[in-house]
Design a protein around this ligand. Structure first.
Ligand code: FES
Length: 237
């Protein structure tokens, strides 16, 4: 096995050639935050939370996609790294649905956890936000694009693992979104309802559907003819 010598946060390490900086750091129990990374499934460098400083490099680099090489000197907690991660997360949060109290993933949300870890107490960047309709037409999956952080984990697992390939990245820039072709609902594409997209979503953008959805829908729009089934009355003799 070919190895290379690197330094992470002044710790000298001999690691396998071909690893990424993130993998080498994890082997050495050095924590680097991630949001989009999912080992062997989604290694696309989309979220930029894993930025590190490399001595001699002109810009910060995403450690999840940067391969180690001989002599690399890496800093995972320098002031510029910490500031870049914080600003990046604040920008993600600026266009994120803030109804955390009623979100099914509250207290089990990677975005929420990271915001706590980076000590984000208030949002500095208030501005234009996207406002997408809820896609709750599928029999089993509810998709809320307003909570999506564009990490692409669902896209990768749907395409590369399940080979179903019904969701992908659409549009560009501020209008970037994850969805089905032609803005179709998940109910109108050949989704197999396997639920793998839900299991890899780091936030509450994808969740299982349950009967409470029918109740909320009926309450929100009394004109919808939604039948909420109740248990039949039991006749006591
Ligand atoms: Fe590296 Fe998202 S974890 S860019």
């Amino acid at each position: 096995m070919a190895t290379v010598n690197i330094t992470i946060d002044s710790k000298k390490l001999q690691v396998e050639q071909g690893l990424t900086i993130l993998e080498a750091a994890r082997q050495a129990n050095i924590k680097i935050p991630t949001l989009c990374f999912l080992k062997d499934i989604n290694e696309v460098g989309a979220c930029r939370m894993c930025l590190v400083e490399i001595k001699g490099a002109r810009t910060l680099q995403a450690s999840c996609v940067y391969p180690v090489s001989e002599g690399l000197e890496i800093y995972t907690q320098s002031p510029s790294v910490r500031e870049a991660r914080k600003v990046t997360l604040e920008l993600i949060l600026s266009n994120h649905d803030k109804k955390c109290l009623t979100c099914v993933r509250s207290k089990n949300c990677e975005l929420q956890t990271l915001a706590e870890e980076l000590n984000i107490k208030e949002l500095r960047f208030e501005g234009e936000t996207n406002n997408y309709p809820l896609d709750d037409f599928s029999p089993s999956i509810v998709r809320d694009q307003n909570k999506c952080i564009l990490c692409r984990r669902c896209v990768s697992v749907c395409k590369d693992v399940q080979t179903v390939n019904v969701i992908s990245a659409t549009e560009r820039g501020f209008k970037s979104a994850i969805g089905c072709a032609f803005d179709l609902s998940l109910a109108d594409v050949p989704c197999t309802n396997c639920g793998q997209c839900i299991s890899v979503c780091p936030v509450g953008a994808l969740r299982e559907k349950d009967d409470t959805d029918k109740v909320w829908k009926a309450l929100a729009n009394p004109e919808l003819h939604v039948v909420v089934q109740t248990a039949p009355a039991v006749r006591v003799a």
